[in-house]
Design a protein around this ligand. Structure first.
Ligand code: 5GP
Length: 190
């Protein structure tokens, strides 16, 4: 998506360890008008998939998921990072390694809010190693829900997550795909 790619190239900052900082329009200050356009695009891509719920992970996926959900007229369920290792029976749980914080979190959703009748669109801001997506897919699977697709704002295509999740058979649509971030320069895939 050209508008998003231009914003990333103009306003994104490359940090150590292949981290792209987009705090000026997505992850801290939020450009709501831009996110609405991303939400509309996700809707165009997935409108015929019979989605009943959008699933994301806290914290940075929530804003994007909520704006996107308005176009689908479905609720958003966000997986919570749980500090407690004392997990109750009322939740589905999985473990997700954080790319940016280098920690492993227990991630939970209440069993009450995810069920076998659900057709799930997973939304997240970034796709890097694929751990967040694979964790969310695992939660949906535990509930017997069907993941009909994954909508990603920024895929770092030089990292293995996209290939991993696509090879598991899931539809992954990324609105911007970065081919590389070298020598301070961001290059998009064709
Ligand atoms: P993965 O689990 O695919 O390795 O990474 C995806 C998650 O890590 C996303 O939920 C996102 O919050 C975070 N993430 C991964 N790469 C980046 C990045 O380059 N910049 C930012 N801001 N977050 C990232």
């Amino acid at each position: 998506m050209k508008l998003l790619e231009d914003a990333i190239i103009k306003r994104g900052k490359i940090l150590e360890g292949n981290v792209l900082k987009v705090d000026g329009f997505i992850n801290h200050l939020i450009d709501v008008s831009l996110i609405c356009k991303l939400g509309k695009e996700f809707h165009r891509l997935f409108k015929d998939s019979g989605i009943t719920k959008i699933l994301t992970i806290e914290a940075s996926g929530i804003g994007i998921a909520c704006i996107t959900a308005q176009y689908f007229n479905v609720p958003v369920l966000f997986a919570k990072k749980s500090k407690s290792s004392n997990i109750s029976n009322d939740v589905y749980t999985t473990q997700v390694a954080s790319f940016t914080h280098k920690t492993v979190n227990n991630v939970v959703v209440s069993k009450e809010y995810l069920s076998s009748g659900d057709r799930i669109l997973i939304i997240d801001d970034f796709l890097a190693e694929g751990n967040a997506l694979i964790g969310l897919i695992d939660l949906a699977k535990q509930a017997g829900a069907e993941v009909v697709g994954c909508g990603i704002v920024i895929e770092k295509a030089f990292q293995p997550g996209g290939d991993k999740v696509r090879s598991m058979g899931y539809r992954v649509e990324s609105l911007a795909r970065i081919a590389n971030m070298q020598d301070g320069k961001i290059t998009m895939c064709d």
